[in-house]
Design a protein around this ligand. Structure first.
Ligand SMILES: [Zn+2]
Length: 123
């Protein structure tokens, strides 16, 4: 779809340019119609071209970690593990706390940056 919309965008931009060229050389009475259509078609083409560039088809998933906390306020156990597909913040987990046997919950999901800084993302 990305490649197709770029080809279509290039064709529309070209066609729009031709229509604009006709508009400049057309009879003054109807030239504004050609100019209008030309600009419209060109802008459609350019939006297709630039729109495809903004969204790459496959975005590589950044390294992400999940922070798990024990829900017992007197137990401060926490653990970091690799992010799994259905992880979200405040998701209760089946796994029990290895320290007190209490319930575990996901407290945060972080993208690991190259500089080893953690950034919290909202899921
Ligand atoms: Zn615990």
């Amino acid at each position: 779809m990305g490649v197709l919309s770029k080809i279509l965008g290039a064709i529309l931009s070209g066609v729009g340019g031709i229509i604009l060229f006709f508009g400049f050389n057309a009879d003054p009475g109807i030239s504004y119609i050609w100019l209008f259509i030309g600009i419209l078609v060109m802008s459609m083409g350019f939006s297709l071209l630039t729109g495809g560039r903004k969204k790459p088809e496959i975005e590589p998933l950044p390294p992400t970690i999940t922070e798990i906390h024990c829900t017992d306020p007197e137990c401060d156990f926490k653990e970091l593990r690799d992010f799994e597909k259905d992880d979200y913040i405040l998701k209760p987990l089946d796994a029990k706390c290895p320290k007190c046997g209490g319930k575990m919950v996901i407290e945060g999901v972080y993208i690991v940056r190259e500089e080893d800084e953690n950034e919290e993302i909202k899921i």
